[in-house]
Design a protein around this ligand. Sequence first.
Ligand SMILES: [Zn+2]
Length: 189
Amino acid sequence: MDEKAVLDILDRTRARLEGHFRYTSGRHGAVYIQGAQVFQHAEMAEKLCRALAGKFSGVDAVIGPAVGAILMSYEVSRHLGCRNLFVERENGVFKLRRNFSITPGERILMVEDVVTTGGSVKEAMAVCREHGAEIIGVGALVDRTGGANPFDVLFEALVRLDIPSWTEEECPLCKEGIPCVKPGSRPAV
Ligand SMILES: [Zn+2]
């Protein structure tokens, strides 16, 4: 699956929006990515997850950090023919709950819809390693890292997006007077 086909699905599912946004960081930018939008549409999510699964082999289980990667983990595991589970936060800390277990030496693929700093994936990886997992790689739909693999294992993504952001003072869209939107809420003032 080439990057154009991936971007087409991100656009059709409204996982990628173009406009003028204020991000959580407070910086402004012209593109907003919300991976969860893709998983509203099983048929398109299936296409992406099948393509991602094809980049890995020798996987015993797929793990996604809750909540964002649970559906993705399930769908990727289906194409790899292995089991899937998830880690979730308890008092702010990732844990294996619900009687999920990892056998020492199990080869685990971590998945996440969008990787920017990779912080939550790294945290989830550490928990899996405490249980004896061998992390064989990280798979993402969108790589927003800017090109540097933040992980100590193989990192594969379907598409790499370098999204510029600016402070409000230097934002060219503000200078043009385009209304700024904080995703998920009312337009910012
Ligand atoms: Zn702006």
